[in-house]
Design a binder for this molecule. Structure first.
Ligand code: NAD
Length: 359
């Protein structure tokens, strides 16, 4: 299979972790006879420093031309003083999502068996099983509504718009995902206060009844959901929610799994194309020290193989290699170990080769 991957390393630890994910993808290509072309493009603060724009036209064009996008992270203190619309997070991330139509953000969070002790939750809660998928709406809601500041600077408004078709398409993604997992969707909202949440409830219920009656569906207010995530995370299979709540709940879920350095994500538009990135940021506090955990980015590459290229066996092999490397003791500092970023990537590549030999 011949495919082009736009590679946007970005800022902070971005280049370090993306380099390891690219090594793993090259190992997959060699082992399974694929031809992956890596088109490296600047993004974020690095692009701003180079050409004065956090998302240069050429980078966006390369993403449009590619079969999938692999992103590291953007942002950092150096660019915090830029005007809001030019900052890496808004200019690069939000524009990429909107321009590429990436409305569905999938964030799987599970506790790996050998990392149970890394979870801050009590062992009996973790033993009950933590394996959930946050399906977050990504191109609407509060982050894309109008943001206004009054002329006198003493008040501000952020709008939270949602339309029925936006809710329907993300609901379908969640129900389809649940049907392939444990068959349960929990829709998280604030329907006791927000009009948009009431629209979400009506629409999600209608899509459920008409198209996925076999999937179990329940609704939780977001404050309760945040509580249940730490009290009984095993009750969740698929969490379906809007842009803002999904952003917050998936970070909470990441901590349950032990480290934010373990959580991958896929941002999809429904036709196979997608952008894949770890859920963490550019970690400026550890950038350049070589200690970042590359596993979230490597697991994002596995999602890329599965969702954009339809290479399920290869994706399974990468995830199994991550599990085998962890079982063998590969631990970066965030997981209480001493392995560096490159050594952790090498451990996954070695496990991938070893797994291939066993087949
Ligand atoms: P962060 O996720 O970058 O870091 C939070 C903490 O987790 C830090 O202590 C960091 O060292 C640690 N951490 C994160 N990833 C790690 C990894 N792979 N291995 C080991 N430790 C890891 O969040 P932050 O500090 O709030 O944000 C830093 C910058 O990143 C900001 O400019 C922010 O806007 C940006 N950001 C970007 C994205 C993105 O590109 N998608 C997402 C979130 C934040």
């Amino acid at each position: 299979m011949k495919k082009t991957i736009a590679v946007l390393a970005g800022d902070g630890i971005g280049p370090e972790i993306v380099a390891e994910a690219v090594k793993v993808l090259k190992a997959v290509a060699a082992a399974y006879g694929h031809d992956f072309i890596f088109d490296e493009q600047p993004v974020g603060g690095a692009a701003y420093d180079a050409v004065g724009d956090c998302l240069p036209d050429a980078t966006l064009a390369a993403c449009r031309a590619a079969d999938a996008v692999l992103l590291g992270a953007v942002g950092g203190p150096k660019w915090d003083a830029l005007p809001p619309a030019q900052r890496p997070e808004r200019r690069a991330l939000l524009t990429l999502r909107k321009e590429l139509g990436l409305f569905a953000n999938l964030r799987p969070a599970k506790v790996w068996p050998c990392l149970k002790d890394a979870s801050p939750l009590r062992r009996e809660i973790v033993d009950a099983g933590v394996d959930l998928l946050v399906v977050r709406e990504l191109t609407g809601g509060l982050y894309f509504g109008a943001h206004r500041r009054a002329a006198d600077g003493r008040s501000a408004v952020d709008e939270l718009p949602y339309a029925v078709d936006e809710i329907e398409r993300i609901a379908r993604v969640a129900f389809a995902a649940a049907a392939a997992r444990r068959g349960r969707v929990t829709c998280v909202d604030k329907a006791n206060v927000l009009a948009t949440s009431r629209l979400w409830r009506e629409t999600v219920q209608r899509v459920h009844d008409a198209e996925h009656p076999a999937v179990a569906l329940d609704f939780l207010y977001v404050d309760n959901a945040a509580m249940q995530l730490v009290r009984a995370p095993g009750r969740f299979d698929v969490i379906l929610t809007d842009n803002l709540f999904g952003d917050i709940l998936s970070d909470e879920a990441s901590q349950i799994t032990g480290s934010i350095g373990m959580l991958p994500s896929a941002s999809l538009r429904g036709d196979g194309f997608g952008l894949y990135e770890p859920i963490h940021g550019s970690a400026p506090d550890i950038a350049g020290t070589g200690v970042a955990n590359p596993l979230a980015t490597i697991l994002s590459a596995a999602l890329l193989l599965r969702h954009s290229f339809g290479l399920a066996a290869e994706a399974d092999a990468v995830e199994a290699a991550v599990g085998a490397a962890l079982d063998a003791g590969a631990r970066t500092a965030d997981l209480g170990g001493r392995l560096g970023c490159a050594a952790a990537g090498a451990a996954v590549c070695a496990a991938l080769h070893a797994g291939r030999r066993e087949i």
